[in-house]
Write a protein that binds this ligand. Structure first.
Ligand SMILES: Cc1cc2nc3c(=O)[nH]c(=O)nc-3n(C[C@H](O)[C@H](O)[C@H](O)COP(=O)(O)OP(=O)(O)OC[C@H]3O[C@@H](n4cnc5c(N)ncnc54)[C@H](O)[C@@H]3O)c2cc1C
Length: 412
């Protein structure tokens, strides 16, 4: 039971980061009110469940932390507090067993988010967290938090606050990044929110757009050479879409591709369309007499390429080059695909940018606003898909919730 002297924490945002902060703070004896603008919490987590809910990854820690790129040192500190094993144990505490898939990714055994979210919210309520949905945070008025709620404006004066308002992807699920304006007005340094794990625009011919949009390209190896000479190579698959390319392989390279497009106006991805066959074998088979077979039938038989991959070749090679086995083989092994722009952040799986870590102390408290903590995707870090996003959101939520409770206790 709360007493008039129990410190009150407002958690603003009810995604995985905010829910974790609420759980940590209430366990530390703090009164917790959680606010979310939507009619229910955890909507993005629920949508992640449609893809099986990739909670975390089983790879070794040394590899795990590299997924956070420039933020690997900060991520290492977060994982010291809550890593993949801790996450799996925590899920087990909610009655959700997990398993490691063939790719090393970790999923709940039923591949669903709803049972986990339902059980979690039930437990938080039982522990005393008060939920205030349909409360959209608008900013600060002095020390007070201002919300718009169905009954009008609500002013709240907590003793401390954890902000976990998410990034700017899929705004229909609640996170639209509009928190950036009041944060900047309060003197907080915010890096512009940008698409991460996103698709890219390619200037397709009308033929490809009409006949091959939706086709998977697999298996394929994609190599990107960044302007500083760093070569990134990934094997996997992606999908041709009406606007360009999307899918896991593209997402894995998206940060470097996005940054290069921003700096240079375009980025060139090199595709190996036949990872299992080398160039010499392709030249040999393409050089065989084609007899009565049409040119396209000969190409298909000699290379084993499917229709979508052949359409990709046609996007790059001029028509007369198709009689030259060496040119065709070279293009198949290193097809240059020019990407023109990243898709908008609203369509991306996640966003880069956010509250810069330099404006926070190690407990994730804002230097510009003592007593205000920040967690989850609204922080300035990014990672590829593979469970790295949720892991960092859970970890930072836990750190911010615990730290807020400790800060309140220290102030008496
Ligand atoms: C389709 C899809 C699939 C995904 N699949 C995976 C996956 O399998 N594995 C993985 O690791 N990651 C996945 N992600 C990413 C992952 O879901 C997010 O990184 C994670 O949910 C971010 O957690 P968060 O708590 O920081 O923010 P969010 O989950 O975005 O939660 C923020 C909350 O704040 C609320 N809010 C925002 N603004 C306001 C405001 N002004 N006032 C009040 N409330 C507000 C929102 O309503 C929301 O409930 C996926 C994302 C998408 C879009």
């Amino acid at each position: 039971m709360s007493t008039p002297s129990t410190p009150r924490l407002a958690v603003v945002g009810g995604g995985p980061a905010g829910l974790m902060a609420a759980e940590a703070a209430i366990a530390a004896g703090v009164d917790v009110d959680l606010y979310d603008r939507m009619g229910s919490v955890g909507r993005k987590l629920l949508i992640a469940g449609k893809g099986g809910l990739n909670l975390t990854h089983s790879e070794l820690r040394e590899a795990f932390v590299t997924r956070y790129g420039a933020r690997r040192d900060a991520a290492a500190r977060w994982l010291d507090v809550f890593d993949a094993d801790a996450l799996r144990a925590w899920a087990r505490g909610l009655g959700i067993e997990t398993f490691v898939g063939t790719s090393g990714r970790v999923f709940p055994s039923d591949l669903k988010a709803a049972p986990l979210l339902r059980g979690w919210v039930r437990r938080l309520r039982a522990e005393g967290v008060r939920f205030h949905v349909q409360h959209a945070w608008k900013g600060w008025d002095g020390d007070a938090l201002l919300f718009t709620a169905p009954a009008g404006e609500v002013r709240v004066m907590p003793d401390a606050a954890v902000f976990a308002l998410g990034g700017a992807s899929w705004p229909v699920l609640g996170s639209d990044g509009t928190w950036a304006a009041p944060f900047e007005a309060a003197g907080v340094d915010v890096a512009t929110l940008a698409p991460s794990n996103c698709g890219f625009d390619v200037e397709w011919s009308p033929f490809l757009r009409e006949h091959h949009a939706g086709a998977p390209i697999k298996p394929v190896v994609a190599t990107f050479t960044a302007p500083d000479g760093t070569r990134l190579t990934r094997q996997g698959e992606f999908v041709l879409s009406a606007y360009g390319i999307e899918g896991s392989l593209v997402y894995a390279l998206s940060a470097a591709l996005r940054d290069t497009i921003e700096a240079r106006g375009h980025a060139t991805l090199e595709l190996d369309l036949t990872p299992q066959r080398d160039q010499a074998a392709l030249i040999r088979d393409l050089s065989r007499p084609r007899g009565k077979r049409s040119r396209s039938e000969h190409l298909r038989r000699a290379t084993g390429l499917d229709a979508a991959k052949i359409a990709l070749l046609h996007e790059v090679l001029p028509r007369d080059a198709f009689d030259d086995a060496h040119r065709v083989a070279a293009a198949i092994k290193a097809l240059p695909l020019v990407l023109r722009s990243a898709r908008p952040v609203a369509e991306a799986i996640s966003s880069a940018g956010g509250v810069r870590l330099e404006g926070l102390d190690d407990t994730l408290m804002l230097r510009a606003r003592p007593g205000s903590f920040v967690a989850g995707e609204m922080l300035d870090w990014e990672a590829p898909t593979g469970g790295y996003l949720l892991t960092a959101c859970f970890a930072t939520g836990l750190i911010a919730g615990r730290a807020a409770a400790a800060w309140l206790r220290a102030r008496g």
